[in-house]
Design a protein around this ligand. Structure first.
Ligand code: NDP
Length: 285
């Protein structure tokens, strides 16, 4: 195997340690303790795990964590009232409403109700717009994690040919905008792309966010490319990514594994966003 493996677990731990150090500095300077409110509606087991992991991560870096667990039959009005209350609280700098929400609640309406200044998930149209015009503030966590992995693994982004496979609003599109922000020449591919293999072969930086196990073949990877595999696919052989890992690693300069690549970065970037929200709030005061 020629490629170096980009260790997302280690990089996420580094980011968390940096955030924890910043919290101490901020407190020593008389600043606030960052606070994250996580709202869970219903008892979806996967969501419960995510929410507990976020809660634990907050405590580890010295944040205040406010967990709100509401019953599945909570009305949209009650949820909006909670968001409004959290918007107004000075000790809450970030608000995260765990998705998916139960079917009777309009998720779009709830996400829109979160103050853009506390939208640490980066899903509010204001923050999506800020990214689109090249002035990002809160960038959604998985795309931000992709860029962090690229930078910390020494990928040369300035002027690089970057190919993003996938154009979803939560991964592909924001990753592409962030790569553009880093001065890459960006191509976005999707299910109607004509010759995907040929486009991928031109990529210095290849990001796969498709959701199809190992569809990006090893020989689609340019020699010396950096490959970030966002895909998480459950198969009979366990979790696999969107990239044929072993074969791609023969050609790439560096590549993320699945699991242990992009996955661990998401919560780390959520902490970074919450720290930023607390910093911005204390500056405004
Ligand atoms: P979506 O299903 O929303 O989007 C998939 C994208 O891939 C679409 O743009 C689609 O094209 C494109 N696509 C599908 N099939 C093909 C094909 N054969 N050739 C080319 N393009 C294709 O997925 P998400 O963006 O939400 O997620 C992508 C992957 O990332 C999933 O495996 C998901 O589990 C994972 N993920 C991981 C996260 C993490 O690590 N924390 C967070 C979020 C997602 P079109 O638009 O034309 O339909």
């Amino acid at each position: 195997m020629a490629a170096s493996i980009i260790d997302g677990k280690q990089i996420a731990a580094d980011v968390r340690a940096e955030v924890a150090a910043e919290v101490k500095k901020m407190q020593a300077a008389g600043g606030p303790t960052p606070g994250l409110a996580v709202v869970l509606v219903g008892e979806d087991p996967a969501s419960q795990v995510y929410v507990n992991n976020k809660d634990k991560a907050c405590q580890e870096v010295g944040f205040n964590s406010f967990k709100h667990e509401l019953p599945a039959d909570t009305s949209e009005e009650d949820l909006l009232a909670l968001v409004e209350e959290l918007n107004g609280r000075e000790d809450v700098h970030g608000i995260l409403v765990q998705l998916p929400l139960p079917g009777h609640i309009d998720a779009e309406r709830v996400l829109m109700a979160i103050s853009p200044d506390k939208d640490v998930d980066g899903f509010h149209p204001m923050n999506v717009g800020r990214l689109a015009v090249g002035a990002p503030v809160f960038v959604s966590c998985t795309p931000a994690g992709v860029i962090e992995l690229l930078k910390r693994s020494g990928a040369e982004l300035e002027g690089a040919d970057a190919v993003v496979v996938g154009r979803s609003n939560i991964v592909g599109k924001p990753v592409a905008l962030l790569l553009l922000q880093e001065n890459c020449t960006v191509t976005i591919c999707h299910s109607r792309t004509k010759d995907l293999a040929a486009v991928c072969r031109g990529a210095d930086v290849l990001v796969a966010a498709v959701g199809v196990p190992e569809m990006i073949k090893g020989d689609w990877v340019k020699e010396g490319a950096t490959v970030i595999d966002v895909g998480i696919n459950r198969t009979d052989d366990g979790l696999v990514g969107d990239v044929e890992f072993e074969a791609a690693a023969e050609r790439a300069r560096a590549i993320t594994p699945v699991p242990g690549g992009v996955g661990p970065m998401t919560i780390a970037m959520l902490l970074k966003n919450t720290l930023l929200a607390a910093e911005l709030a204390s500056r405004d005061r």
